[in-house]
Design a protein around this ligand. Structure first.
Ligand SMILES: NC(=O)c1ccc[n+]([C@@H]2O[C@H](COP(=O)([O-])OP(=O)(O)OC[C@H]3O[C@@H](n4cnc5c(N)ncnc54)[C@H](OP(=O)(O)O)[C@@H]3O)[C@@H](O)[C@H]2O)c1
Length: 256
């Protein structure tokens, strides 16, 4: 039951992490969020719930990750659920034009930080006997499809999906479940800004641009961060599902 869980959400500066924290705080024992921003912008200063803590750290650095898990261990003595939302496509180029530094940064943000966070989450969770733990990575449909000029992002997310498989196969012995959620295009505030910019640059109407974003979906419905929450809840509490990467793409990507 979520009401008993100690939960960590990494990358709360983005809309998905933000909506996950807002959803989990009222129904969980305790929620810790961590991202680069000094304060969480989720709550007004005088309205921060007692069971919510924000720890400002750059989680692409291992020393900060070690510090984060030490702080959680000191405060709670255990961690039940870890949800990682850190990531982003950051740049767009064809491979022959991709600067190495940008390629490396994308790998660091989407894959290496996920590896380091998972490594240290396991070290804390493996002693959580007999409850075990649940780890969820927000991957992307780009782990399965080709996105124009976004090779490093797709490569990093495919690597993250593989990391989920490997880790799930290793940590079953500690009763730790590890799964991924792969969303398609989500209408976050950042993406709405991008659509506005595209409207200005191309002269196309907003309606036209939105239609093009939805055209490969089997259902022409816009997806919002909140649409991931039922799956987040399921994968935070499951005792039997592990090693899976769930499409959440309104039918754009189908398994076969
Ligand atoms: N939005 C979509 O349509 C969509 C679709 C599929 C998959 N996803 C994935 O879902 C996750 C959340 O996406 P989002 O759209 O909600 O948020 P976002 O705005 O893309 O940001 C996600 C998080 O990544 C962290 N981040 C980005 N660049 C970083 C850097 N250089 N160093 C350290 N941290 C960095 C941010 O950390 P801070 O909190 O520290 O700022 C932020 O919390 C990402 O993994 C994304 O790849 C998103």
């Amino acid at each position: 039951m979520l009401s008993e869980k100690i939960i960590l959400v990494s990358g709360v500066g983005g809309a998905i992490g933000n909506s996950i924290v807002k959803h989990l705080v009222p129904i969980s024992n305790s929620v810790v969020s961590s991202s680069r921003s000094k304060v969480s912008t989720l709550y007004e200063y005088d309205a921060i719930p007692l069971n919510y803590t924000h720890i400002p750290l750059d989680l692409t650095e291992e020393k900060n990750i070690v510090k984060l898990f030490q702080m959680i261990n000191q405060k709670f003595g255990r961690l039940d659920v870890f949800i990682n939302t850190i990531g982003g496509s950051l740049y767009s180029h064809r491979i022959e034009d991709y600067p190495l530094e940008e390629f490396e940064e994308i790998l660091k943000v989407n894959l290496i930080s996920a590896f380091l966070l998972t490594k240290h989450a396991i070290r804390l969770m493996r002693d959580n006997i007999p409850l075990g733990g649940n780890i969820i990575h927000i991957i992307s449909s780009s782990s399965r499809k080709i996105s124009h000029n976004k090779a490093p992002y797709g490569i990093a997310k495919a690597g993250l999906a593989k990391l989920v498989n490997y880790v799930a196969s290793e940590v079953g012995e500690y009763d730790i479940r590890v799964n991924g959620i792969s969303p398609g295009y989500i209408f976050t505030p950042r993406h709405l800004q991008d659509i506005e910019t595209e409207t200005r640059k191309t002269g196309k109407s907003e309606h036209e641009i939105i239609r093009s974003k939805l055209k490969l979906q089997k259902i022409q419905r816009k997806m919002y961060p909140e649409d991931l929450l039922p799956l987040v809840e399921l994968l935070s509490t499951t005792k039997v599902i592990t090693g899976q990467n769930y499409n959440c793409t309104v039918g754009e990507v189908l398994n076969y």
